[in-house]
Design a protein around this ligand. Structure first.
Ligand SMILES: [Mg+2]
Length: 512
């Protein structure tokens, strides 16, 4: 409001709006309840890839099947009753993956609506004999699920502040707002990353069409051209000669934080997260940029000239977070390092949350004081630890209850078959070889399970929360990955009738 009033606009109120696109998987409930990993921790901890994945994009482009359509209609009705206006529903890229998008609402209402949406999705799925998986990465080697948070700012006159204008004044306002966001992302990357971080999202980010953990802003060609002019110093004479920015129609689906014409789409949010955190972080970081702008504008003899200078200065100073290229490429990962951009996972982000820089901005804007931030940090770390520990316990239990016995039973059958063949004078070499190969692989799985067990034992001897979180990330989680690799190889060698868990093929394609 202070910025707008300085530019000569009479505005009484500015508020954030958000629309959170919700991605999810839907699988048969009968199969879901046979997967302890899905029931306990929401994602598959084991599971060899099906022979076919998402490479054909056939699920994305095919019509929605009747069963899912009936589910979506019910979800719509339930949500409309609750005042959550959902509109768009479609298939997503991975098999059995879908998406739902609500209409925009003020951020607090959007956050409430989003919470209700997740609840309604899960309850409705149950009534339809389905299970709705909201986890960020329920299936390995397939796309995970996100919750793209579309965010913008509106005035009480119903004007969207990210709508490019036609007059020099509107144009200055628009560029100043863009500059505020670019500055916010560069000034508060850890705050923004902490707001989207969780163990589940760590499993998703950085691959399979999910943005990397390094935060950058995509602005599109016309805004990028304006920035080039700004940083060349051609704008220093005031806003009257600012080039008009044409409405942005470019899309960059690899960008974590993309300007999409009249709003920003933050694509890093996890599918099971509440959008309250992420919008709090965006709002406070942008509010801080605007506060600094407002202070300068208030003391400027010529506010419009000052606005032009602020735009030029801000883009020049923060252009390292502007990136229009492919965020999924390896070249970008090394360039991001050169630019000195932060790359935080959940543990790093949680620890950074209580840095003075982050606490100060939250306190200055009366969002949270140190105690409140530090409480959230503890909860974040504890959630992370609890999740990794539960995952490891479930993985070990699945080894004991399903995986070892599946392999042992099949090996015993192979040995028996080899003996029978031998008694009948039939060549049994291949059968015996198979039994031996499986025996060795089973031994590997057992060894890796034992190693995971010993990491868990070591975990219980640590008492500092930060140490425990690091140990979960750096020792327990990699040990789980190694166990999975061996167990998944085992699965591919065992016939369906011996394997005691529903496979990826069954859950995703209905193939026995
Ligand atoms: Mg989507």
């Amino acid at each position: 409001m202070r910025v707008l009033n300085a530019l000569g606009e009479k505005v009484n109120h500015v508020y954030g709006v958000a629309g959170a696109e919700q991605e999810y998987f839907l699988i048969d409930r009968a199969l879901f309840v046979q997967r302890p990993d899905l029931v306990y921790v929401g994602r598959t901890l084991f599971g060899a890839a099906a022979p076919k994945g998402q490479e054909f994009d056939d699920h994305y482009f095919c019509p929605i099947n009747d069963k899912v359509l009936a589910f979506m209609r019910d979800v719509d009705k339930e949500l409309w009753k609750l005042g959550v206006i959902v509109k768009t529903e479609h298939n997503e890229v991975a098999p059995r993956q879908h998406e739902l998008a609500p209409c925009y609402a003020r951020v607090n209402l959007a956050a409430d609506g989003d919470q209700l949406t997740m609840e309604v999705l899960e309850q409705t799925a149950e009534r339809h004999g389905l299970a709705c998986l909201l986890h960020e990465k329920p299936f390995d080697r397939l796309n995970g699920s996100g919750k793209h948070n579309n965010w913008s700012m509106m005035t009480d006159k119903n004007e969207n502040l990210f709508e490019p204008g036609v007059t020099p004044r509107q144009n200055a306002r628009f560029l100043l707002m863009l500059a505020a966001v670019v500055k916010a992302v560069d000034d508060y990357p850890e705050l923004l990353l902490a707001s989207i971080s969780s163990r589940g999202n760590d499993c998703r980010l950085g691959g399979f069409e999910a943005p990397p953990r390094v935060l950058t802003v995509f602005l599109g060609q016309s805004a990028e051209r304006a920035i080039r002019l700004a940083t060349n110093g051609k704008w220093r004479y005031g806003v009257d000669i600012l080039p008009a920015v044409a409405k942005n129609t470019d899309r960059n689906r690899t960008s974590p934080f993309a300007f999409t014409g009249n709003k920003f789409e933050f694509r890093s949010v996890g599918s099971s997260a509440s959008v309250a955190d992420v919008n709090t972080a965006i709002n406070v970081a942008v509010a801080e940029s605007l506060r600094q702008f407002a202070d300068k504008l208030a003391h400027a003899p010529n506010a419009m000239k000052c606005a032009g200078e602020l735009v030029a200065e801000t883009f020049a100073k923060h252009r390292r977070v502007v990136f229009n290229g492919n965020n999924y490429s390896d070249e970008w990962a090394s360039e991001a390092k050169l630019r000195g951009l932060k790359n935080c996972d959940c543990v790093d982000a949680a620890i950074a949350l209580t840095n003075a820089h982050n606490v100060n901005v939250l306190a200055r804007h009366n969002i949270m004081n140190y105690k409140e931030v530090s409480a959230r940090q503890k909860i974040m770390l504890q959630n992370y630890i609890n999740t990794v520990r539960a995952e490891a316990n479930v993985a070990l239990e699945m080894c004991r209850k399903q995986i070892f016995s599946s392999a042992e039973e099949y090996i015993a059958t192979l040995v028996q078959t080899a003996q029978g063949k031998s008694a009948l004078g039939i060549d049994h070499q291949q059968t015996s070889d198979r039994a031996e190969k499986l025996g060795k692989l089973l031994k590997t799985v057992e060894t890796r399970a034992a190693r995971l067990r010993s990491h868990l034992d070591r975990l219980s001897t640590l008492d500092d929360t930060t140490d425990i979180a690091y140990y979960c990330r750096d020792a327990v989680s990699p040990a789980m990955d190694r166990l999975r690799t061996a167990a998944d190889r085992l699965e591919t060698l065992i016939p369906a009738q011996f394997w005691r868990l529903p496979t990826y093929g069954q859950m995703l394609f209905g193939v026995k």
